[in-house]
Design a protein around this ligand. Structure first.
Ligand SMILES: C[S@@+](CC[C@H](N)C(=O)[O-])C[C@H]1O[C@@H](n2cnc3c(N)ncnc32)[C@H](O)[C@@H]1O
Length: 207
């Protein structure tokens, strides 16, 4: 009988089952976890939830969390992890591309996104869903730019975007785009490596 390869992790007190085709919480996830601030009663959206760790953490304070992912295996894993951590009352997991699973009249106080941000070429393509976790196309911005074009519509006034991105995919460009769209951007944290720096920032919708 074929077995589904699955890792078990405990992150920040949350038990997580993570199938092979789902992104394992890594440095970018941990940078977001460290900088995640949610106030009581807030409504939170996580786009690209993977195994669901950030949505689970947000649900400790939020009134409601909607978590989405394009990868159907991630959606199943996140649903299972929500049950495992007894947060079904607060977290709803939906499958789909970026904001497609969100109704036009749904507005959030906070949108969290750890996007696929690595520049990729045909040569370094990998088969399967897991590639969606890091494949940012030739410039690394394929998904980031689509996200930035739509995110504002789903935020309440004063709402925030919490994001992490690598310097390999032009963080300045993201910040410029957000500023032009009426966001005030604050860099919250950084983690440096030999080949890249991960930058965690929050953008508040002021206009
Ligand atoms: C870097 S992983 C982050 C996973 C998790 N949020 C974390 O921080 O550990 C990026 C996630 O975004 C998902 N994703 C990629 N493109 C997407 C899209 N167009 N719409 C929704 N989710 C997407 C991937 O399947 C993956 O689960």
């Amino acid at each position: 009988m074929a077995s589904i390869e699955e890792a078990l992790m405990v992150v920040d007190g949350f038990k997580l089952k993570i199938p092979k085709e789902v992104y394992k919480p890594s440095d970018d996830t941990f940078l977001l976890l460290k900088n995640l601030r949610v106030s009581k009663g807030e409504k939170v959206l996580e786009v690209g939830c993977g195994c669901g760790i950030l949505a689970l953490k947000a649900a400790k304070k939020a009134e409601k969390v909607v978590a989405t992912d394009l990868n159907p295996i991630a959606v199943l894993a996140a649903k299972e992890n929500v049950k495992l951590n007894r947060l079904t009352r607060k977290v709803e997991v939906r499958e789909g591309d970026l904001f497609k699973p969100i109704r036009k009249n749904e507005k959030f106080d906070l949108i969290i996104f750890n996007p696929p941000y690595l520049p990729t070429t045909k040569k370094n393509k990998v088969e399967g869903w897991i590639e969606k976790a890091w494949d940012g196309g030739p410039t690394g911005r394929k998904i980031i730019d689509r996200f930035l074009a739509e995110a504002k519509t789903f935020l309440k006034k004063g709402g925030r975007i919490l994001m992490v991105q690598s310097t390999l995919s032009n963080v300045e460009k993201t910040i410029k785009k957000l500023s032009r769209k009426g966001f005030q951007v604050n860099i919250l944290d950084k983690k440096e490596f030999d080949f890249e720096t991960l930058v965690c920032f929050e953008a508040e919708k002021v206009e």
